[in-house]
Design a protein around this ligand. Structure first.
Ligand code: NAD
Length: 547
């Protein structure tokens, strides 16, 4: 963003009301005179650092996380640079507020806390005019779009239009974690109705109070949206987020070879989990090719992770069929086996010859997996007997309870460590506080796709890639794993410290951009020094001088 372009002759209140321009009390005397701000601000000029201090003290006095969320969102709406400064410098404290778990509560209350449009609401009533709606967005150089239809918000189910909190939160992470300029980010809610009856009955609900659109009418709406994006924002990448799984898999198949797009729940999650598995090998020993994986949950995340594990095993020389045979899924009807007749298409590659197993405990005992991965949205489904069964067959049992938000986690960090006498290698989708057991403190990692998608997005955009491929998530996983230190592992964490996320994202972006150039997915010339090139693209939330 160049300030002169952005100012476009704006003066006075128009500047203060523009979150990309506003610096609040940090405007200098000269700026106040030149831009018609005198009198609109209290006389004392403060630095950004002083503003940060004030914001932090205000946030920390808020009674609930949801209060903190609303406070931070309103800061984002009035002063983007200050918001990102606060978030970036205090990531471990702020991420659970602007992202999981608090964003889940925010979505559940979105109708009440909605104040200003932070993204575009496109509804099924807008068929035929989506291009016009995209043109209403105030920024013309949009590069990253996160779109949801609100059908599967975290593990909370169908929240319809209230799911808008997710694209908003994800894009905030793009900026905070990977430096995508905020004006290049566009959150979109594709409101096709909701099957959540309580929302439809709520007079304050903000979306279309009608049954979800399905079938050809749904597909035509998405098609119009994708085509319109391509026309209005030709350099944009579209991230599909929190769609129900039948639409998610179908849309990914339909668009991945046509436009620059990916599905974070399927592909981003796979990247973060594969990375956690690589790092865990440093604690357990052995090769991925010799391991067996059991998933609770056979949806976007479960099948997406299996698909990437298969790629990783194939890269180690395992045949595709043998690699698939190492991945086992349990869904709401038990173990996914060949004899079942109720399986959705995406589960079929992982339906193996095995006697039916109605429950997870029986499956763990029969399959004796090296890793147990929860992506079911079912709280407390990793029971004590299940985790103890993992601990009987593994010296260091891998237990990843990845469902979000915290209330949906398959087990807590404390449970995993207690039930395994501290031997578990534990990761969770939403953060858990460190656990001290018999004098040892275990710091678990956050197995969340936020370690992956910001860096992948940055790499794709910096290299002007025309596509997003699975190989990019594979190299992202390897890069992320390479950044886990011995100190991280010693405390029990198979992911790098969150505070290093910008460095992590930049390194992932470089690895992704190398794939883009190697596979000729761009017409851009290869920069002489790709790492410095990527770093130079990253937004810094610093105040610029306007005059
Ligand atoms: P999905 O709806 O596609 O899949 C959910 C799966 O869970 C389905 O296969 C369903 O059959 C299964 N399931 C439901 N009830 C079950 C039960 N009682 N026992 C066993 N299986 C059951 O959803 P998804 O996109 O795969 O997401 C699932 C969960 O994973 C959500 O809670 C989501 O928040 C979480 N997730 C976490 C991350 C992360 O980065 N940590 C990323 C993506 C998804």
């Amino acid at each position: 963003m160049t300030i002169q372009n952005e100012l476009k002759g704006k003066r006075g209140v128009a500047i203060l009301h523009d979150p990309l321009l506003n610096k609040g009390t940090s405007f200098t005397e000269t700026e106040r005179d030149a831009l018609g701000l005198r009198g609109l601000l209290p006389p004392k000029i403060t630095s950004q650092a002083q503003q940060v201090e004030k914001i932090l003290s205000n946030i920390r006095r808020k009674a609930t996380d949801l209060d903190k969320y609303t406070y931070l969102v309103s800061l984002q709406e009035r002063n983007a640079a200050l918001f990102y400064r606060v978030v970036m410098d205090n990531l471990s404290e702020m991420m659970p507020i602007i992202y999981t778990p608090t964003v889940g509560q925010a979505c559940q209350k979105y109708a009440l806390i909605f104040r200003r449009p932070q993204g575009l609401f496109i509804s099924s009533n807008d068929r035929g005019r989506i291009k016009e709606l995209l043109g209403n967005w105030p920024h013309t150089d949009v590069r990253m779009i996160v779109v949801t239809d609100g059908e599967r918000i975290l593990g909370l189910g169908d929240l319809g239009s209230c799911g808008m909190g997710i694209p908003v939160g994800k894009l905030s992470l793009y900026t905070a974690c990977a430096g995508l300029p905020p004006e290049q980010c566009l959150p979109v809610m594709l409101d096709v109705g909701t099957n959540n009856q309580a929302l439809r009955d709520d007079p304050l609900y903000i979306g279309l109070a009608q049954e979800r659109l399905r079938g050809p009418a749904y597909d035509e709406l998405v098609e119009e949206f994708v085509t319109a994006v391509h026309e209005i924002f030709p350099k944009a990448c579209i991230q599909f987020e929190d769609f129900g799984n039948t639409n998610a898999f179908r849309m990914l198949r339909k668009y991945r070879d046509r436009v620059c797009t990916f599905n974070d729940d399927i592909q981003g999650t796979a990247g973060v989990v594969l990375s956690g598995l690589y790092s865990s090998l440093r604690l357990t020993g052995g090769k991925l090719a010799d391991k067996t994986f059991l998933f609770l949950g056979a949806g976007e995340a479960g099948v997406g992770i299996c698909n990437l594990i298969v790629q990783a095993l194939v890269a180690e020389g395992v045949s595709e069929a043998a690699a698939r045979a190492q991945c086992w899924l349990v869904d709401s009807h038990g173990l996914v086996t060949k004899s079942r007749t109720d399986l959705a298409e995406h589960k079929l590659p992982y339906a193996h010859d095995h006697a039916p197993m109605p429950d997870l405990l029986a499956a763990v005992e029969a399959i004796k997996p090296w890793a147990l991965i929860g992506v079911s949205g079912q709280a407390a489904s990793f029971t004590e007997p299940v985790v103890k069964a993992m601990a009987r067959v593994n010296a260091r049992p891998l237990v990843f309870a990845l469902s979000n938000p915290t209330s949906k986690a398959e087990c807590t960090a404390e449970e995993a460590y207690t039930w395994t006498e501290g031997r578990a290698i534990f990761a969770s989708g939403s953060p858990f506080a460190p656990v001290t057991l018999n004098g040892t403190t275990h710091v678990s990692g956050q197995g969340n796709n936020s370690y992956i998608f910001p860096g992948v997005g940055l790499g794709v955009l910096a290299s002007e890639s025309t596509r997003v491929t699975d190989e990019m998530f594979f190299v992202a996983a390897k890069t992320l794993a390479s950044l886990v230190t011995e100190e991280d592992l010693a405390m029990g964490r198979v992911y790098p410290d969150l505070q290093r996320i910008r460095e992590v994202s930049a390194k992932i972006a470089v690895a992704v951009a190398e794939v883009v150039f190697a596979r000729k997915l761009t017409s851009m010339p290869h920069p002489a020094d790709i790492a410095s090139y990527v770093l130079a693209q990253m937004y810094q939330p610093e105040y610029e001088q306007y005059v």
